[in-house]
Structure formats: C-alpha cells, structure tokens
Design a protein around this ligand. Structure first.
Ligand code: HEC
Length: 110
C-alpha cells in the first residue's frame, strides 16, 4: 500500500514537467513567428531578442503588460499560415510571470 501511495505521489511530481516543457516550446514558436527563428529578426520593425539580457526582456514584457510601453499591432512574419495581427501588449497579457522568465532565459541564451 505504501508503495502504491509513493508511486502515485511520484507520478504527480513528474507529470507537470514534460507538460510545461511542451507548452514553453509552443510559446517560443509563437515569439519566433514575429521575432524570427532563435529570436533573430529579419524585419526592421521587429527587434531581435537573441542575446538580449534576460532581465531586460522580462522588464520589457512587464511594461507591455501594464501598457507602460507603446505596442504596435503587427502581422506575423514567419510560420505556415497567416494569423490575426497582434501586438506585444496582447502577447504579454497571456503570459504568467514564470512564463515570461522562462521565455526571457531562452532568448537571452540564443
Ligand atoms: C505579432 C508579432 C509579435 C509576436 C507574436 C511577439 N512579438 Fe515581441 N515585439 C513585436 C514588435 C512589433 C515589437 C517592437 C515594439 C512594438 O512596436 O510594439 C516587439 C518587442 C518585443 C520586446 C522588446 C524588445 C526591445 O528591444 O526592447 C520583447 C522583449 C519582446 N517583443 C518579446 C516577445 C516574446 C517573449 C514573445 C513571445 C511570447 C513575443 N515578443 C511575441 C512583435 C511581436
């Protein structure tokens, strides 16, 4: 019985990790659809994220979240199908603090 309880607990501890890793991959693709593969932008009106300081990315996202920074609505530049144009305030509003931090760390490391 103890074994069973421990294995069930173990399962719950393990489960969130792969699900979260998959989710962050989806979000990275979403950013890259505008900011370019690996966060290297090929468009003048979209800044590159690659090599930016992670803290700088997080604070920019917070400023967009609180509408303290102007956000221009723009079209997606990469990916298979055209999607509804979006701006950084919309983008930042869909993300949790943890997600912003994880995405910032990913792009800073590119
Ligand atoms: C629809 C296109 C689009 C998507 C999707 C998008 N961005 Fe942006 N992003 C922009 C544009 C355009 C700017 C330039 C600022 C402006 O005009 O609003 C920008 C600016 C930024 C900045 C500020 C950079 C600087 O130089 O200060 C950061 C950080 C950022 N984006 C992160 C992200 C992250 C992380 C994602 C994915 C969760 C993402 N963006 C998704 C279009 C997009």
């Amino acid at each position: 019985m103890k074994m069973l309880i421990f294995s069930v607990m173990g399962l719950f501890l393990l489960l969130p990790t792969p699900a979260r890793a998959q989710q962050v991959q989806v979000q990275i693709k979403e950013c890259e659809a505008c900011h370019g593969p690996g966060g290297v932008s090929s468009d003048d009106d979209i800044p590159s994220l690659a090599g930016m300081d992670a803290g700088g990315i997080v604070s920019a996202m917070e400023e967009f979240h609180y509408y303290e920074r102007h956000c221009t609505t723009t079209t997606y530049r990469h990916g298979d199908r055209p999607k509804t144009p979006l701006n950084m305030c919309n983008v930042a509003n869909t993300l949790s603090d943890r997600e912003r931090r994880e995405l910032a760390e990913y792009f800073a490391a590119q």
